[in-house]
Design a protein around this ligand. Sequence first.
Ligand code: UGA
Length: 435
Amino acid sequence: MKITVFGAGYVGLVISTCFADLGNTVLGYDIDKEKIENLQKGILPIYEPGLKELVERNIRENRLSFTSDEKKAVRDSDIIFLCVGTPPRADGSAELKYIFSTAETIGKHTNGYKLVIDKSTVPVNTARQIKEKILQNQAQKTDVDVVSNPEFLREGQAIRDFMNPDRVIIGVDSEKAKQLMMQLYRPIERTGKPILFTTIQSAELIKHASNAMLATRISFMNELSHLCEKVGADIKEVAKGMGLDNRIGPRFLQAGAGYGGSCFPKDLQSLAATMKEHGIQSKILDAVHEVNESQKHSIIQKLKTLVPDLKDKKIAIWGLAFKPKTDDIREAPSIVLISHLLNEGAKITAFDPVASENIKSHFNNHTSLEFRNTPYEAIKDCHALVIMTEWDEFRALDLQAIKTILAEPNILDARNLYEPSEIRALGFNYKGIGR
Ligand code: UGA
């Protein structure tokens, strides 16, 4: 099938590449000409494991190409994915201007039937407005179907999530669109994964509600972790015991430094804003957000139990992105920690396998924030080590060596990587979360 993907950001790029890899001919469009020129040369704007190789292969094999010509992008394919950004506005609601201007572009250049598939995360009832915008702007009157096909990819595991999803959700209101969507997803359906057809409104809501539910689980566990510390329980054991109940399940029950990223914080606020528009005050979503913010700030309080006066102290941080295997630092808990540390006059040496450059420019090359090339170099002469993301490479390091390199054997493990009893037996002052 011939497909155009509007938006070469995180989702757009993964979708373009994966559909090309399934044998389709895919044209990726972005308004950012420089991004397109780079992509044509195989230079990617993001880090995602395995993506670069897949982009290069599909370009080489002529299934994937990129353009910044909007007319060509619309006219070349009858199937068009919308993967443009929907950033938060100041009041938490989603900014839809990029979605709607893309809808106008599609209308303007339409040369026949178009199936427009919305993958951008949007508030319920946006697909209906997208269709209206396309129809209002059509120079040539033709049929158009708009469907909602929300994306559930996780950064760091995006290709695997695309090829092997838990489910595919498709909101449709026409038989023709349903048939085309079934054809598009046949290679995924063959793997036995459920494809659920719903109304368009339900599909749009499933996306927001899923992220909000996952965030709720995390905030619940983070809140519970504080009680664990007071009463001598271990949050990891509690999570394991809870997760063995099939009704609960084991995933997304890890207490830590708080959730970050471009999705949970934004989608939660957007869903709350939609509820408000309809006269519903979501006490749950407000509390989930509040608990998450205070969890991020609680890390500094915990660090102070190890190093009470942070002025002129050297603090090492391992892991800077909002989670491992990505260089994405949006809403990363490390940003809150670093800001506090700099305010209190501490000196930071940090290590992250891929996110250092992003943090460096976020803090405008601050002189008290330095970066090192290995975890060991980062802890040299430090008064404490704080682990902020759970990269696998931090799990099996030489703890004896770490103890000698640190100026003081203080570890704050904000992702519960280590076993408290083992690490304390080695003579570390160790703090985890909820243990
Ligand atoms: C999330 C969803 O998991 C995807 O299904 C969805 O497609 C995506 O948002 C989106 O809307 O685009 P992502 O933001 O990439 O994916 O990251 P997650 O793996 O979900 O992690 C989110 C945050 O929660 C991270 O900061 C992570 O460290 C934290 N987390 C996750 C916990 O603190 N505890 C857990 O048990 C799990």
